[in-house]
Design a protein around this ligand. Structure first.
Ligand code: ATP
Ligand SMILES: Cc1cn([C@H]2C[C@H](O)[C@@H](COP(=O)(O)O)O2)c(=O)[nH]c1=O
Length: 463
């Protein structure tokens, strides 16, 4: 976060490596140093580099490309006046019940960014809803909070990639999994089965039971969070907001350079997870030094300068950014693990755990149930050999946070202020599966924690 901030870690005493030494090292700076810096700008084309603070600059350096042909008006036709939809009095939204223009007409810029009421209507891939269709009242429809967020829903923004993404068939479901929409279908069928057993011969009871269970789940997690995660899902989501957030386009450009379905090399890949200030930076640095390994982190250095932009976005956009970072990181892991052991400071489990905890409220009992699909690893994301979850007694963690004295992220402030949020993040980590986390008590001294961690690595990873 603060470029050039003081180092986050104190060095471990140097010692002989218990593993085969590999003469390759990389990384080693405290992760905060990467926030706000542009460490691998070489990867980013010159016209895609952005200044580091959000608000300094919000539009691409080049003028925006002309709208695709299908959005342009027919020759000789008159452009509509700035917003053809009548506004509700005192509102930025069209009045409920107002009629939409004919399909194919050009939505001018201000209207094309209209949130929920407009963006929810078109069928996937279609330009506009049927002529004369009625706009729903703002906020109506299923309790899908995400659908009400600008830039989260609606057709992808623009460009040839958008068209390609739109034309691609939806990703095939995993074996035994329902397609795409996922959670609602899956949950519904699960409840149907339970209802059928417990309420045989009493359809009224079943009806009530179904309604209550499904509605409750919808309120807790937006459907998009429950969607089966895949590279394509996150590309589509970033593409949808690329017109508004130029950095999303830059992330997509980097993603396109990463081969799909990355495979791990012959060396072990070990991930460290945990709440902020549990000692990940400290221990990952020490393990990397001990094993002569490569240290990588999520989000990877080449996109971390845009964190501040995405951290201020709605959860689903933010999650798409961090998830995209994981796929870019996967290609770095694939390459590095052909040369040396790879130590990773945060990966998919962090993206999932923070999203789940942010999108839920209340106590850990209110999280999606154990074995829910939200705790699954994405099918198309390179898997590590071992994931170690560092946990620390809450008081000790607060002491470490204070000792560190760095500027806090929104989540860190939330973790400090909101005990329930902290518990939800940690419990979500614990519920992750395939691969699951191995919990390590990181409350003891740095030397003891390193010893424990090295023993676990020796036990679980082949060298
Ligand atoms: N085992 C330990 N005992 C005492 N202090 C520790 C221990 N491990 C780390 N610390 C100290 O706690 C603070 C936070 O550690 P560190 O930066 O490694 O945590 P982190 O998990 O990487 O945090 P973040 O996720 O926010 O980057 C630092 O000041 C560090 O020196
Ligand atoms: C990787 C990742 C991070 N975050 C958020 C959650 C935490 O508050 C900070 C941690 O960042 P740090 O560099 O380790 O201090 O970032 C997230 O929400 N999702 C992610 O995937």
């Amino acid at each position: 976060m603060i470029a050039g901030a003081h180092p986050r870690t104190e060095p471990f005493p140097a010692g002989p490596s218990p593993f085969i030494p590999v003469p390759l090292t990389q990384g080693g700076e405290g992760r905060r140093a990467f926030r706000g810096a542009a460490p691998c700008s070489g990867l980013v084309p010159e016209d895609r580099r952005f200044p580091r603070r959000p608000g300094e600059f919000r539009f691409p350096l080049a003028p925006p490309p002309p709208p695709p042909a299908f959005l342009r008006p027919a020759p000789g036709s008159r452009l509509p006046v700035p917003c053809p939809l009548p506004r509700a009095p005192g509102s930025r939204f069209p009045a409920p019940g107002s009629r939409l223009p004919a399909p194919g007409s050009l939505l001018p810029a201000p209207c094309s960014r209209l949130p929920a009421p407009c963006s929810r209507l078109p069928a996937p891939g279609s330009l506009l809803p049927a002529p004369g269709s009625l706009l729903p009242a703002p906020g109506s429809g299923p309790g899908d909070a995400a659908a009400l967020l600008p830039g989260v829903t609606g057709p992808p923004a623009r460009g040839p990639r958008s068209a390609a993404l739109r034309q691609r068939p939806p990703p095939a479901p995993a074996p035994g999994q329902h397609r795409g929409r996922g959670a609602d279908v899956r949950l519904f069928s699960a409840v149907r089965r339970a209802g059928a057993k417990g309420t045989r011969g009493n359809p009224d009871v079943r009806k009530k039971f179904l309604t209550v269970r499904v509605a409750k789940h919808w309120r807790r997690l937006p459907r998009e969070v429950m969607d089966v995660p895949s590279l394509e899902t996150f590309q589509v989501r970033l593409d949808r907001c690329a017109g508004r957030i130029p950095e999303a386009e830059a992330v997509l450009d980097l993603l396109e350079k990463c081969p799909e379905h990355q495979k791990k090399g012959g060396f072990p890949v070990i991930v460290f997870e945990g709440l902020d200030a549990t000692g990940k930076t400290t221990v990952t640095q020490a393990v990397k030094d001990t094993l002569n390994g490569v240290l990588l982190r999520s989000p990877p250095a080449c996109i971390s300068q845009w964190r501040t932009v995405f951290d201020d976005e709605p959860t689903l956009v933010k999650r798409a950014f961090y998830a995209a970072g994981n796929y870019i990181l996967a290609s770095e892991i694939a390459k590095a693990s052909t040369q040396a052991p790879v130590i990773v400071d945060r990966y998919w489990h962090s993206t999932a755990a923070y999203t789940i905890a942010t999108e839920t409220s209340g106590e850990v009992q209110d999280l999606p149930p154990v074995q829910d699909e939200v705790y699954q690893w994405p099918e198309d994301l390179l898997k590590p050999d071992l994931v170690l979850l560092l946990t620390v007694d809450p008081d000790e963690r607060v002491r470490r946070l204070q000792h560190r004295g760095l500027q806090k992220t929104k989540e860190e402030a939330e973790l400090e202020a909101n005990n329930l949020f902290r518990q939800r993040v940690e419990e979500s980590y614990r519920r992750m599966v395939n691969p699951a986390c191995q919990e390590v008590d990181a409350s003891p001294s740095k030397e003891e924690v390193l010893k424990t961690v090295l023993q676990l690595i020796k036990k679980h990873c082949a060298f």
